[in-house]
Design a protein around this ligand. Structure first.
Ligand code: AMP
Ligand code: MG
Length: 351
């Protein structure tokens, strides 16, 4: 259903101005400092196929600079824009990359390795076959998927980071859609930080990155969307962190009573049905959180928990298909459930 895409964009717009924007803190006290008295500069824009909202306590010109940076990155990273670097690599089988694209590709490939291919940047031919790129949704047959999966293998992406050169095997194509927004969040926060900003919030279609806390020193309050219905499941208090969610509800279509979403299990070529319905990853790096939210959605509850215990360096909120909410122990003091009387939130511990 093409309309589901349009609907989700409209919803995103509503939500950005409504409930998934950082939940307003009821008791936000404004300190005596000059910046705390200032109202932020804000802008809403549509880029990277999503609605974005930038909030910065700083000069308005920073928003213009941020928008230019988003456009610059989108122009390089887009898989559909015929002038992008990724498009050129996909169509020529090789190419030289700008510093940005090489930086992102190098780091994202590392995440493919670390997640043992749950994140696989070469998934693109499969994503396209399901119509998630164009909105012309369809269910590919098993034969078609088997043929496409032959070319899905991130270990065959030959990348010389120093030279900025990448080459692919025949019929391979790459897609940075699972990590591009997280990387963009990192870039915007660093742009603001370099300009001396100490308080900003970047919301790239629900992928959130905070610079500092609010001007009064209190944390930003970030609502985590309910993947099974309206509203949100809880609020995270966040300072200087990224909060990035991958969810089955973000892009999907329905056919014959089945729901098919855009996160693909590279082992099967089908939408990942791991028992999870959303994965929110909280950490210092937007890129890491973005890559892991996609990969852990594919891995499922048990493997996600094992990965967290072994790798560390991030926290997560998992929602299972039956509505159970589970969070890692580092978030215990940071997460307030929207409905405290609802089913207990499970805390995942290290032991
Ligand atoms: P995200 O919303 O960050 O979880 O990214 C989902 C997007 O990444 C999809 O729309 C696809 O373009 C792409 N994608 C889907 N499955 C995978 C996967 N297993 N590995 C890498 N990219 C994927
Ligand atoms: Mg992601």
């Amino acid at each position: 259903m093409k309309s589901s895409r349009l609907l989700s964009i409209l919803l995103a717009l509503l939500l950005l101005t409504g409930c998934t924007r950082p939940a307003p803190s009821a008791d936000a006290k404004v300190s005596a400092s000059a910046s705390a008295d200032e109202s932020p500069n804000e802008t809403i824009l549509f880029a990277m196929d999503t609605v974005m909202k930038l909030t910065v306590y700083g000069d308005e010109s920073l928003l213009t600079a941020a928008e230019a940076r988003i456009t610059e990155l989108e122009n390089k990273l887009s898989v559909t824009d015929e002038n992008s670097e990724i498009y050129a690599v996909n169509h020529n089988g090789s190419g030289s990359l700008s510093e940005d694209t090489a930086d992102l590709l190098g780091k994202a490939l590392e995440l493919c390795h670390r997640t043992r291919g749950a994140l696989d940047l070469s998934i693109y031919p499969v994503v396209r076959a399901w119509g998630f790129t164009t909105g012309e949704y369809r269910v590919p047959g098993d034969d078609e998927l088997s043929k496409l999966l032959i070319h899905v293998d991130y270990t065959k992406i030959a990348f010389d980071e120093k030279a900025g050169q990448v080459s692919l095997e025949p019929d391979m194509e790459i897609d940075l859609g699972s990590v591009a927004k997280g990387y963009t969040g990192d870039q915007l926060v660093s742009l603001f930080r370099q300009a001396g900003v100490t308080s900003a919030l970047v919301n790239l279609g629900g992928n959130i990155q905070a610079l500092g806390g609010k001007p009064d020193g209190s944390p930003w309050r970030i609502a985590v969307q309910n993947p099974l219905g309206d509203g949100y499941i809880g609020v995270l208090d966040v300072v200087d962190q990224a909060v990035i969610t991958s969810g089955g509800y973000e892009r999907y279509f329905e056919e014959d009573g089945q729901t098919y979403w855009h996160i693909i299990d590279p082992a099967t070529g089908a939408p990942a049905r791991s028992g999870l319905i959303s994965v929110t990853v909280v950490g210092d790096s937007g890129l890491l959180c973005d890559g892991l939210s996609t990969a852990l959605f594919v891995k499922g509850y048990e493997d996600a928990v094992d990965f967290w215990r072994e790798a560390g360096g991030f926290e997560m909120v998992l929602v299972l298909e039956d509505g159970q909410i589970a969070l890692t122990e580092g978030l215990e003091g940071q997460f307030s459930p929207a409905d405290p009387s609802a089913e207990e939130v499970l805390v995942i511990r290290h032991d």
